[in-house]
Design a protein around this ligand. Sequence first.
Ligand SMILES: [Zn+2]
Ligand SMILES: [Zn+2]
Length: 307
Amino acid sequence: MTPTDSEDRVSPSASDAIDSLANDRRLEILIALADREWEVQENGHVMSFTDLYDAVDVDSTSQFSYHLTTLVGRFVAETDGGYRLTYAGDKVVRAILSGLYEAPPTFEAVDVDGVCPFCREAALVADSLEERFVVRCAACDSTLLADAFPRSQAAHRSPSEIAESFGCGIWSTAVAVDGGVCPECNGVVDAAVDSHERDGLVVHTVAHTCRECRTMIHLPIEVFVALHPETAAFLHRHGISVLETPLWELFGSFTSGEWTTDVRSMSPLEARFELSYDDEMLVLEMDDDLEVTPVAKPSEIGMEANK
Ligand SMILES: [Zn+2]
Ligand SMILES: [Zn+2]
C-alpha cells in the first residue's frame, strides 16, 4: 500500500471516532448498553437516559451528558425511547469483552490427527507461535497452517478444544469466501489462484482478498472442491464428514493417491480433480470463476474403473 492510499483511508472521521473512545466513562456507557441487552436478551435494546445514567459511575448529569453526546451518532444511536448501541458501538463492545486488546493468548502444544503432506508422517501438532495458531509437523518441522487468533478463542478451552475450534472456524471462513463474502467485514472478496512448490510438492492455493478491509485468506484449492455437494456426499460415503473434519486432517489426502489435482491452465483457470476412495471415483472440474462441476456421475466412472 502506498502512503497516499493510507492517507486516503485515515479520514478525519476515523481518527475522531477512535479519539472519542479514549475515555473510561464512555467505554462504560457502551458496556452498560451491552450489559442491559444481555440481561433482557435483546439485541439493540433501548435504554432511557435515566437508566443509562444510573448504570454508569459519573459525578454529575452534565458530565454524563457530555460523554454520551460524544458517542451519539457513531457508537450510540439516539431514539425516541432512549439510547442503543450502533453496529460500530456493538463491535467496540465485543472487542473489549472478548479481550482483543489484552495480551495475546498461548497454549500448550497438542498432537492432532492427520498426515504431513511433505514427509507423510502422522506427526502433526497444534501450537501457538508468535501470536498465531499453527499446525506444524513435528517430524520435518513444516508449518502447514497459521492463523491469528483472539484471546476469546482460547478462553474456557483445553488445547485440544482450541484446535477443534480452529478446525470448525476454517470451514466457516471457507464457506463465506466461497460465497464471495469477507468473513471480517462482509465486503466483496476477489479470488486468485496461485501455485507454490516446496520439497518437490506443487500446491495450489486460492487467495481471497477483501476489497474493503483488505483481509487476505489463503486456502488450498481442494477446499473449494470439498465444499461441492457432490464431493461432500462422496466423502461422506467414505466416512469423512467434510465440515466436521479439520482441514489439516485432509492435507495428507490432498497430496496422496486419494486426491489428484491437475491444473491444466492457470489463466484462464482449468483444473481437474480426481477423488479415489476404495473402489469409487469422483471427477470434478473447476473453471476460471472457481465454479466446480462434476464431470460424470461417480457410479459411471466406478463402473468403468471396475471393467
Ligand atoms: Zn512432515
Ligand atoms: Zn473485509
